[in-house]
Design a protein. Structure first.
Length: 308
């Protein structure tokens, strides 16, 4: 399964086909989310593919891992994507070491690639209004999509989190939604206001006529007797965004917009971390920059420095 020769910097030969399934089961036993498992296994798979395409043996090796990272940069793969792929490989290497499959973890000194620090994309108030307007209609899917847009924008839920909501997780009278399994299997609550509550109310009233109305899941597919999937969510809201004239839309943009609006409105960092489900304060930096840029733009307009 594995062999080595020489010093600790030598490559460690690994039987990926044999060991990766064991690693997958280890992730499941540790309670890692399906998304985390998917990201980790994708990183391992991309590394394996790169080794094969470049004539390298099946090994865990620091120098080859570094070369792989450099190759991703040349392919214009973002630093964030490269970092997520490397994370999967590093976790695999760590597990192999802990299990005694390789003598040492040679990827400990492999650094995560650094990239630019771009401003987080957000929707403007006009774009949000246009997106909600694009959901106008009296069919269940229209009411569903407007409720989704409003809930995602006001609470910052991730796509997987909102699709996992159950009917009993939403308290419209109390104006709060329960996220049972957020990222890292951490539960939390997120509040919403009257407009979002009204949109949810209107959707739920039409939902009771759906063939799958007895389903415990809140969001139902329009043309299938099943719950709405994350792929279905992206497709449905993508069509609404296209109708609203919003380019390059992805549901995660609404999470960005939520955090930006929270910061611009003077919301606390502690509150934002709690509602968004963050433990890493580093996430706050991205949205603090976005809010600061918005305030600077508004200030510049009031100063009228171009009038001279």
């Amino acid at each position: 399964m594995v062999s080595r020769a020489g010093s600790d910097v030598d490559p460690f030969e690994v039987d990926f086909d044999y060991l990766v399934p064991y690693f997958r089961r280890e992730l499941a036993s540790l309670g890692r989310s399906p998304l985390t498992e998917k990201v980790y296994l994708l990183g391992i798979g991309r590394y394996r593919k790169w080794l094969e395409e470049n004539g390298h043996p099946s090994v865990i090796d620091r120098r080859l891992a570094q070369a792989w990272i450099i190759s991703m940069g040349k392919e214009d793969i973002s630093a964030a994507t490269a970092a997520s792929r490397l994370a999967g490989l590093r976790q695999f290497s760590k597990w192999l070491t802990n299990e005694g499959e390789i003598p040492s973890d040679c990827l400990l000194r492999v650094n995560t690639p650094k990239g630019t620090d771009p401003l987080t994309p957000c929707l403007t108030d006009d774009q949000l209004k246009a997106l909600a307007k694009a959901c106008d209609g009296k069919q269940m899917k229209d009411r569903r999509d407007e409720a989704l847009v409003r809930l995602l924008t006001e609470t910052g839920l991730r796509a997987a989190e909102v699709c996992a909501l159950r009917v009993d997780d939403v308290d419209i009278d109390g104006g709060v939604v329960l996220v049972r399994q957020g990222k890292g299997n951490r539960a939390r609550t997120a509040p919403f206001g009257p407009q979002t509550g009204r949109a949810l109310d209107r959707y739920i009233r039409l939902r009771r006529h759906h063939p799958a109305a007895d389903s415990p899941f809140l969001w139902l597919a329009a043309k299938k007797s099943s719950a709405l999937s994350t792929a279905g969510l992206r497709l449905a809201l993508g069509k609404r965004a296209e109708a609203a004239g919003i380019p390059n839309f992805h549901p995660h943009v609404l999470r960005h917009t939520f955090a930006h609006r929270w910061s611009v409105s003077g919301g606390s960092e502690v509150g934002l971390m709690q509602v968004a489900g963050w433990r890493d304060r580093g996430m706050l930096h991205r949205y603090a920059r976005s809010a600061a840029a918005a305030r600077a733009t508004e200030e510049s307009r009031h100063l009228n420095l171009g009038d001279w």
